[in-house]
Every structure is written in structure tokens, then in C-alpha cells.
Design a protein around this ligand. Structure first.
Ligand SMILES: O=c1[nH]c(=O)c2[nH]c(=O)[nH]c2[nH]1
Length: 322
């Protein structure tokens, strides 16, 4: 029997970085949690504790803070900068750099705030929502994913669920009018053409645009199933942006059950709900370009087959849909 070291990576997880841009009196806050993980030839440290090639996780953390002194830019460009830096070491052949960004809004300084106003240097944290970015680097170069997590949305009508099979365990009534609520999380992958040319502004603008498309589609589509809504949201993003190769979405179905008010002699015409927190439906889907349209490397399916492209290696670093 021979035992060998398999795939491995190491680094510092969840480096909390808050950067204040204070070049004018109107400050800007960038609040990030960054994880840096290096891959390469680290057999010596695992097998014999020889740390000659090990860039300490503490050094990785310090590099994050030192680089932030020059400004962060967008999460994507900051991670690309870290990746390029660490890849200069010959023993490092790749890695994975992840950012989660928390949103801060300006506190309204005026009781009747208008657009573009708000306090210069006092902020309130947004909800659970985070913007995410991931740079995965290997011998093929860097791949960039952008995403979001836990964007909580609800529509109070415009959603049905009916036509599903019934067996002896089925109790769910069919409904033509229900609340549809979810926390949208997902990742999308930029084509190399976008990564080669985009700067921080392009990443920021694109993030905002994709988020808007996801929300508008959720709002506007009359939903016959959360599955239909999820697919439509992803589809709308790919239709709007040819340089987004693929998007993966994960959406819990945050059930709102109509409360039976009959025992109290009351009707309930879709007005009083119990918001359950678990169990919840979990609807996940990748929305892809068919192999014939996919221009990225590694597309394995036969051209013109209408089949999805082969799985890009970056997805194995996510460990699921998000
Ligand atoms: O949109 C839905 N999709 C389902 O698959 C499902 N299953 C269920 O019980 N409720 C719902 N709602």
C-alpha cells in the first residue's frame, strides 16, 4: 500500500478588510472578507514539515492589507492583483481568491433624502446581501466569477404552483396565487475577453446590471414554478451579456403558508401567512450556452448538439451551486 498526498491548498480565510476612501470629505467604504488559498508544489511541508516554499498564511493576510493601501478598486480586480502577485513565486502554480463584500448605505442626513444625498461619513449596513467575487488561477490562467448571496426578494402575487403529480403522500393544494419569496444566490463566469479588458468600473457596472436583471425578471415574470423563475433569471442575464458564459443560481423557496382561519370563523383571502423558515424547497440551476455557442476553452460537447458545454473546472472549486 502506498499513500500519497492528494490535491491540497492553503491560505488565510476571511481576512476582514475595511478600506475608507477619504480623498474628499465624502468618504467611501469598502468592506470585504477575503480568502486567499495557494496551490502548487507543497509536498515537502506536508510530508516532512519542510516549509522552504510555504508563503505563510500570515504573509497572505498582510499582503491583502498592504495592497489595500493603494485602493481596492473592484473585488474582482483586487483578487486578480493578489493572484498575479502570489503566482510570481515559482512553487505556486495556482490558487483561489474569494471576496465577499458587505454593503453600506449612507445614512440619510436629510429627513426627505433625494437621490445622491446622504451623510458624508456615516453609514448603515444593508441587509444580509453580499456581493461576491472569485478568481481561480491554474496553468490555463485566471478565471473570474462574480456573484451575489442572499438577496432576499418577495412577490405577494404573480406566482402559481399547480399541475404537479399527486400520490398518497401529496397534501400540498394547488394554488393560482401565492407568495413567492427567496434569497437569490449565484455565480456567473466572465468570458476571457471580458477579463482581458475590464477594469474596476466595468466589473462594478456589470455587477449592478446583472443584479438589476435578476431582480426585474423575478418581479416581472408571472411564475408557474420557482424553477421557471430561476431559469428565466439566468437566461435574461445570458441574453443581455454575450461575455457572460454561464450563470448558476441557488434559490430557497421561502414558503409562506396561508393560515387556516376557519376555526375562528374567518376567511383568509390570501392575506394572513405563516412564514416558515425550514424546511424549505431549494431550487438550483446552471444556465449555460449550448456547446455550439460556447467559445471558452474546454467545451467538450459536439458542436451543434444543443447540449450544454462541458463543465468548466472553476465550478469544482465552488463545491456546489454557491
Ligand atoms: O415553485 C415550486 N417548485 C416546486 O418544485 C415546489 N414543490 C413544492 O412543494 N412547492 C413548490 N414550488
Amino acid at each position: 500500500m502506498s499513500i500519497v498526498l492528494g490535491p491540497n491548498q492553503y491560505g488565510k480565510a476571511e481576512v476582514r478588510l475595511v478600506r475608507v476612501d477619504r480623498d474628499t470629505a465624502r468618504h467611501r467604504i469598502t468592506d470585504l472578507s477575503i480568502t486567499s488559498q495557494l496551490r502548487g508544489d507543497f509536498r515537502a511541508t506536508h510530508e516532512s514539515g519542510d516549509n522552504t516554499g510555504v508563503v505563510a498564511t500570515d504573509t497572505q493576510k498582510n499582503t491583502v492589507y498592504a495592497f489595500a493601501r493603494d485602493g481596492v478598486g473592484s473585488p474582482e480586480t483586487f483578487l486578480l492583483r493578489l493572484a498575479r502577485h502570489f503566482l510570481q513565486e515559482p512553487q505556486i502554480s495556482g490558487g483561489r481568491w474569494l471576496a465577499e463584500q458587505y454593503g453600506w448605505e449612507r445614512i440619510a442626513a436629510d429627513p426627505q433624502p433625494g437621490p445622491g444625498v446622504g451623510h458624508d461619513h456615516a453609514f448603515v449596513r444593508g441587509g444580509a446581501e453580499r456581493r461576491t467575487a472569485l478568481v481561480h488561477a491554474d496553468s490555463a490562467g485566471p478565471t473570474v466569477l462574480a456573484g451575489l448571496r442572499d438577496v432576499t426578494v418577495l412577490k405577494s402575487t404573480g406566482s402559481e404552483f399547480a399541475g404537479f403529480p399527486r400520490d398518497r403522500y401529496t397534501t400540498l393544494p394547488e394554488t393560482e396565487d401565492r407568495i413567492l419569496a427567496t434569497d437569490v444566490s449565484g455565480w456567473w463566469r466572465y468570458e476571457q475577453s471580458f477579463v482581458d479588458t475590464a477594469g474596476p468600473e466595468e466589473y462594478d457596472e456589470r455587477f449592478a446590471a446583472v443584479r438589476s436583471i435578476l431582480l426585474a425578471t423575478f418581479a416581472e415574470l408571472h411564475s408557474l414554478a420557482l424553477q421557471q423563475t430561476v431559469y428565466a433569471m439566468g437566461r435574461a442575464v445570458l441574453e443581455a451579456y454575450p461575455d457572460i458564459a454561464e450563470i448558476r443560481l441557488s434559490c430557497p423557496n421561502n414558503h409562506h403558508f396561508l393560515v387556516d382561519l376557519d376555526p375562528f370563523g374567518l376567511d383568509n383571502p390570501g392575506e394572513v401567512f405563516f412564514a416558515a423558515d425550514r424546511p424549505y424547497g431549494l431550487i438550483e440551476a446552471a444556465v449555460q450556452r449550448s456547446a455550439a455557442d460556447d467559445t471558452s476553452a474546454g467545451s467538450g460537447a459536439p458542436a451543434g448538439s444543443g447540449a450544454p458545454a462541458a463543465e468548466h473546472p472553476v465550478w469544482s472549486t465552488i463545491g456546489g451551486f454557491v
